[in-house]
Design a protein around this ligand. Structure first.
Ligand SMILES: C[S@@+](CC[C@H](N)C(=O)[O-])C[C@H]1O[C@@H](n2cnc3c(N)ncnc32)[C@H](O)[C@@H]1O
Length: 235
């Protein structure tokens, strides 16, 4: 998929087709570690108490929920271009004070529907890898962030540990698509997950792209043997 419009169409359709099972499969396939990854990401945004946080590529809103759980006054603008993902998360959310602080908006992460310098913080969990043009997305994140604000990107990376690596690759390429295919009925969506992780930028490359977008001295924190990495950028 070299054509960006084709990639967008494919990604939107795939997430739409798995939206009903997305949360359950995340818990199952990650052995529930994904919750810890989102918890750490949110903690790292902790100092930014006031104003709106943009949760980009928000999907079924798990990170938006964690963002509102950790900070009682926080408002979250949750943007995703797949309406079915947002709806699945919105419908299954308890109708409490946290729901009232989340505003889901259907929109493109490469053309964020928000004013320049309108958010104190931006989080993106497992979304950057899915963008058709990563640099355009990072440029947009920089535009929307206020001066002094912080960007947190949580994304899959490739573990280097020689013991962990073969087990992880076997699980990701052979077991996960079959299992997820059985539950969701869309094996292709999870084959895409494995191939998109394999093709994604090296952590150092992503940091360079963040710098190019204007983020000051971006840095990263690998978690769980480098299966995921949190990238931090400040404006
Ligand atoms: C793997 S899901 C992540 C959902 C959620 N952030 C989480 O932590 O589970 C990736 C999401 O990115 C969204 N996405 C991909 N490309 C996008 C784009 N260009 N603009 C907005 N959302 C996009 C997809 O629709 C999908 O819901």
């Amino acid at each position: 998929m070299n054509n960006p419009d084709e990639k967008k169409k494919f990604v939107r359709e795939k997430f739409s087709s798995i939206s009903a099972d997305y949360d359950f499969l995340n818990t199952l396939l990650s052995f529930n570690i994904d919750r810890y990854w989102r918890w750490v990401t949110t903690r790292m945004l902790g100092a930014y108490k006031d104003g709106t946080v943009l949760d980009l590529c928000a999907g079924t809103l798990p990170l938006s929920l964690e963002l509102t759980r950790q900070m009682p006054n926080r408002q979250v603008l949750a943007v995703d271009f797949c309406e079915d993902m947002l709806l699945a998360g919105w419908k299954s959310m308890a109708d409490n004070g946290r729901k009232a602080r989340i505003m889901p908006v259907c929109g493109d992460g490469e053309k964020i529907p928000a004013r320049s310098e309108s958010c104190w913080g931006i989080t993106v969990a497992f979304g950057v890898r899915n963008l058709a043009n990563t640099q355009d997305g990072l440029n947009e994140m920089h535009r929307v962030l206020k001066n002094g604000g912080k960007l947190l990107i949580l994304e899959f990376s490739r573990p280097r540990n020689p013991i962990v690596k073969p087990f992880y690759n076997f699980y990701l390429n052979k077991i996960l698509p079959k299992l997820a295919g059985l539950v969701s009925g869309d094996k292709e969506a999870y084959e895409y997950l494995a191939s998109s992780i394999a093709k994604f930028y090296e952590p150092a490359e992503l940091l360079t792209m963040m710098e190019k977008a204007g983020f000051k001295k971006p840095w990263r924190r690998p978690l769980t043997f480098g299966i995921v990495t949190i990238y931090v950028g400040e404006k």
